[in-house]
Design a protein around this ligand. Structure first.
Ligand SMILES: [Zn+2]
Length: 112
C-alpha cells in the first residue's frame, strides 16, 4: 500500500469532515447556498466552493465522490464525473487505495 496514496486519502477525508460541519450549520441556519472548502489533495488549499446543500448532498451520496474547485482534480487518482454549471467539479476516486481509504473514513457509513 502506498503511503502517499493513504496520505492523500486522509487529507481529502479531513476536508470532507470540515464540509460536514459546514453543511450542518448551514442546515441549522436554513442557508441554501453555502461556501464549502475545496476537497482536493493539496493540504495547503484554502479555496472555497459555492454549492447548495442539495448539490452537496448529491456529492456525499457516494463515499468516493468529492467536491473540488474546477482544475484542482488530480487525474492520476480521480476523474471528473460532473461539473454542474462549471461552478465546481465532482470527482470520483478511481485509485483503489484511495477509494478504499476514503470509504473507510466516510463519516456517513459509521454507525452513530
Ligand atoms: Zn483545492
Amino acid at each position: 500500500m502506498s503511503e502517499r496514496e493513504v496520505r492523500i486519502a486522509h487529507t481529502e477525508a479531513l476536508f470532507r469532515d470540515v464540509n460536514e460541519r459546514i453543511a450542518e450549520s448551514a442546515q441549522r441556519f436554513n442557508a441554501d447556498e453555502t461556501q464549502f472548502v475545496c476537497e482536493c489533495a493539496d493540504p495547503e488549499c484554502a479555496e472555497r466552493v459555492a454549492a447548495t446543500l442539495d448539490e452537496y448532498e448529491g456529492v456525499r451520496a457516494d463515499g468516493t465522490h468529492f467536491l473540488l474547485v474546477p482544475g484542482h482534480e488530480d487525474t492520476r487518482i480521480e476523474r471528473v464525473v460532473d461539473r454542474p454549471h462549471r461552478r465546481f467539479a465532482i470527482v470520483e476516486k478511481f485509485n483503489a487505495v484511495i477509494a478504499r481509504t476514503v470509504r473507510r473514513l466516510n463519516p456517513r457509513t459509521k454507525p452513530s
